[in-house]
Design a protein around this ligand. Sequence first.
Ligand code: BT5
Length: 335
Amino acid sequence: MPEKESAELSIIRLLKDAGGESVSGGDLSRLLGISRTAVWKHVKALRKAGYVVTACPSKGYSLSFEAKSSPMPFNAIEINSGLETAFVGKKIFFYPELDSTNAKAARLARDGADEGTVVIADFQSAGKGRIGRKWESPAGVNLYTSIILRPGIAPFDAQKLTIVMAVAVAEAIEKYCKKRPVVKWPNDILIASKKVAGILMEMDAEADHVNFIVAGIGVNINMNLSEMPPDIRRIATSLSEAFGQEISRIEFTRTLYSCVEKWYKKFSENGFPFVLTAWRSFFASEGKRVIVKGFNRTVEGICAGVDATGALLLRVDSGKVERIISGDVDHAGGV
Ligand code: BT5
């Protein structure tokens, strides 16, 4: 998989910088270090990908910004231009296909990638959920992204970042959806009781120091549920299904990165309680009867909220309040 920006993306970047003016084939060939025939081949591929590139023999190539009949292709350039963040998404590694964006981001982080670097794939062949579960990742419809964070916290505080990411994802989704999303502890975002997004936090740490965290976020944007396996169809939804129309993946991705940056900054500047208050406004389990399935036991009781670290509090039938740090929450009768 190439790490370098592809020739096609470089051509689009140069044509965009020209603001609709023509760039000669000779200039493109010189700037990219490829032949003029190769430039022409890439222009043909760009047209196929949906860009309107005009070729004029005497002037060269220009990009039309008016022909918006088809949406702009989903790629790093489109996401990057118009992104209003200071660091999240400033460096984008975009792939048409990957095994898992989390796995790729962890490799990049180990090699020293900056905080805020993101990985996006249009399709994941081995998208990961928690504890070895699978994340369905069809091509052309959703967002699969991983964000590298270097928060300078101790490992026991890392759980808090799941809450930070959940607020960010819920807030981004809320901007596109008439219905207010709900967070299901610890990492699910639901609309009308169905899962629209999931978060997978993975950490590389020493005993007392986090080297990096990869925040993996999967959001169902325009996914057609009828194409999903029946078990997923029953429990999942997408933004387009909930909103009733197609949503631009480019715009949604930019919105998500802005929300992630906003809540990550609030976490470091205002502290975790501030984030937790926002998170609680999306949380609907408090006071409800829930079943929590953990690694080796299942507990049932009334949800008594979350504590100051983000752990779930469960009042079991004996009256005792148990503190739960991992597991899956099920509601009798939906969230
Ligand atoms: C999650 O796990 O919800 C975390 C999902 C994180 C996915 C992102 S995509 C980008 C990044 N790269 C990765 O490889 N992963 C991250 P968990 O709570 O364990 O939920 C997994 C369960 O959700 C599965 O067992 C299914 O029941 C269900 N599921 C799978 N695909 C789904 C989808 N597309 N939409 C809704 N539910 C899904």
